[in-house]
Design a binder for this molecule. Structure first.
Ligand SMILES: NC(=O)c1ccc[n+]([C@@H]2O[C@H](COP(=O)([O-])OP(=O)(O)OC[C@H]3O[C@@H](n4cnc5c(N)ncnc54)[C@H](O)[C@@H]3O)[C@@H](O)[C@H]2O)c1
Ligand SMILES: [Zn+2]
Length: 353
């Protein structure tokens, strides 16, 4: 099975990407952990599809296996659901050597990941991402966390998994809108550092296993150089400054994350072209590929609402916004900008009416 090793300052761990990998989950985990009691955390949409296969494989590898099923969706990334997982771990007698397995999308990965990071000050975590977004993005890099009424992802920890197992075949049951969401991130990887990936995606006939492993390699390379998100890792935020602002300004329900990032990437390209930093034509190329995947390329939101949301972004370092721009498709850089400077240029490019 193809195996990628993620190297970070705190841990090295293997990432397995293969069709049918779900049926080999137990043996993979057994090779990476000492304990033989496992809790699989999943949600109530992924559970009926894949829980039985995952737990069968774990039992075959000698684990005694329990499950915790949370309701699907962002609303489960709460202190209450976290407490329900701790209660389940307690009931199961989960010890410091026993694994927690996050079987699901980014919601399950973040919630179960944070539970694993904090239960007994940290138990082994296996990420088994089942959405395209989770496979190419959230399951790698070690960010875990939950939301509070005050904001998304306000509580969290950097906690690297012991291993990641991805089965691209599970993406066949993923609803179309979530598939498009993940494609926005895939396109982002192409734009910031992998032009050949972008070119393949533009053909619309690419192999998902290949696409996922290409994105995973990009992400681990960046994370290895900047685990705690102080420098290069910020390039992964291409399209996200405006993307997050769109999500926030619309109360997190008009645009999915990927849709908001899609619009954010178009705006970032337009800003770059306006400033003479981005090769002309880049913005048009981005719009074409996004439209091919039914992703939006504009948002009818007043610029004032966007600027307000950008101002309150927790990822701002000091008084400057680290805006990610492209030189050309495949090459990104950070441009520190004063908020007024960004407001001015957004004023020039923001679609009107
Ligand atoms: N930790 C990180 O670095 C990081 C990065 C990006 C996003 N995130 C987080 O990820 C979350 C979003 O993740 P997501 O987009 O995967 O959403 P999600 O976990 O809510 O999954 C989307 C939907 O698809 C369903 N689903 C999952 N896999 C399926 C499958 N194979 N077949 C059918 N249905 C399936 C889920 O039940 C859910 O309803 C957000 O909370 C975000 O904050 C974290
Ligand atoms: Zn994102």
């Amino acid at each position: 099975m193809p195996e990628i090793i993620a190297r970070t300052a705190t841990a090295d761990y293997p990432i397995f990407i293969q069709q049918g990998a779900l049926d080999h989950l137990g043996e993979r985990i057994a090779a990476c952990v000492q304990g033989r009691r496992a809790v699989i955390v999943t949600d109530d949409q992924v559970g009926p599809l894949y829980l039985e296969r995952a737990s069968r494989s774990l039992r075959a590898a000698g684990f005694s296996c329990s499950e915790a099923v949370v309701p699907a969706g962002e609303a489960s990334k709460t202190p209450e659901q976290l407490a329900s997982l701790y209660a389940r771990f307690q009931e199961t007698g989960l010890s410091r050597a026993d694994p927690v397995i996050a079987l699901g999308g980014g919601v399950v990965g973040d919630l179960a990941g944070f539970a694993a990071a904090t239960w007994l000050r940290g138990v082994p975590l296996a990420q088994v991402p089942t959405t395209l977004l989770a496979q190419v993005d959230s399951s790698i890099g070690g960010k875990t966390g939950i939301d509070l009424p005050q904001g998304k992802n306000l509580i969290g920890a950097f906690y690297q998994p012991r291993l990641v197992v991805m089965d691209p075949a599970v993406l066949h049951t993923l609803p179309r809108r979530f598939m498009a969401d993940g494609m926005a991130e895939v396109i982002k990887y192409g734009l910031i550092g992998d032009e050949p990936l972008l070119a393949q995606v533009e053909q619309q006939a690419c192999d998902l296993e290949w696409v996922v492993s290409r994105c995973v390699r990009s992400k681990i390379a960046v994370v290895a150089r900047d685990e705690k998100d102080n420098g290069e890792r910020m390039l992964l935020n291409f399209g996200h400054t405006v993307g997050h602002a769109i999500e926030k300004a619309t109360g997190f329900n008009a645009f999915s994350h990927g849709e908001a990032v899609a619009v954010g990437m178009v705006i970032a390209a337009r800003v770059g072209e306006q400033l003479g930093e981005t090769e002309p034509g880049t913005c048009d190329r981005i719009r074409r590929v996004l439209e091919a995947y039914q992703l939006p390329v504009r948002a009818d939101i007043p610029l004032t609402a966007i600027l307000l949301a950008i101002k309150s972004d927790k990822k701002r370092l000091g008084s400057r916004i680290h805006y990610v721009l492209l030189r050309r498709p495949g090459e990104a850089f950070l441009k520190p900008m004063a908020p007024e400077e960004l407001a001015d240029v957004l004023g020039e490019v923001w679609p009107r009416g």
